[in-house]
Design a protein around this ligand. Structure first.
Ligand code: ADP
Length: 169
């Protein structure tokens, strides 16, 4: 059984086996949570991302997939980078957003991670409506077959926290 917990705050201050990054496909960092993870985690994370690009993801990490690196100076063993879909009004991309959570948990299982902290993937710059992002996150984690014992959603603001709390209730 996986326990789902909610925390409001900055994911880079969390202690967990793995911290999930809402990355972009370049794996070279960006704004939002991605920028915060690289800033606080230090250059080791980016160095490993560059290595992954060179060896496996020259065309970028595909949307919906996940890959792990060191967590650098973060209080975690790994960062799991996943690429959320950009929200589209004309196309239903929710399967790709669900895939981010499922693939991140699959990578966590491969690593042996038991506690995993997730941000609300795609709900920032990528424009996913928060309520729907929370629904997909909670449903997908509840439906996942994983040995991860705790999935902790780390929500940056009141609105995000309230959306996830409503889904969990
Ligand atoms: P995306 O490009 O996938 O939308 P963003 O980083 O822009 O990624 O936003 C994803 C979510 O992460 C948003 O809800 C945003 O408010 C939140 N966020 C931004 N910085 C942090 C942080 N340091 N810790 C936790 N969540 C964060």
């Amino acid at each position: 059984m996986t326990t789902i917990t909610l925390v409001q705050g900055d994911i880079t201050g969390q202690s967990a086996d793995a911290i999930v990054n809402a990355a972009n496909s370049s794996l070279l960092g960006g704004g939002g949570v991605d920028g915060a993870i690289h800033r606080r985690g230090g250059p080791e994370i980016l160095a490993e991302c560059r290595g992954l690009r060179a060896s496996q993801y020259g065309k970028g990490l595909p949307t919906g997939r996940a890959v792990a690196t060191t967590a650098g100076r973060l209080d975690a063993r790994w960062v799991i980078h996943t690429v959320g879909p950009v929200h589209s009004a004309g196309e239903d991309r929710s399967a790709l957003l669900a895939s981010c959570y499922r693939e991140s948990l699959r990578v966590a299982d491969e690593l042996g991670a038991r506690t995993v902290a997730f941000p609300a993937v795609s709900t920032g710059v990528y424009g996913w409506p928060m309520d729907d992002g929370a629904r997909i996150a909670v449903e997908t984690v509840r439906g996942a077959r994983t040995a991860v014992e705790e999935v902790r959603f780390v929500l940056f603001d009141d609105r995000a926290y309230a959306a996830f709390a409503a889904r969990l209730a």
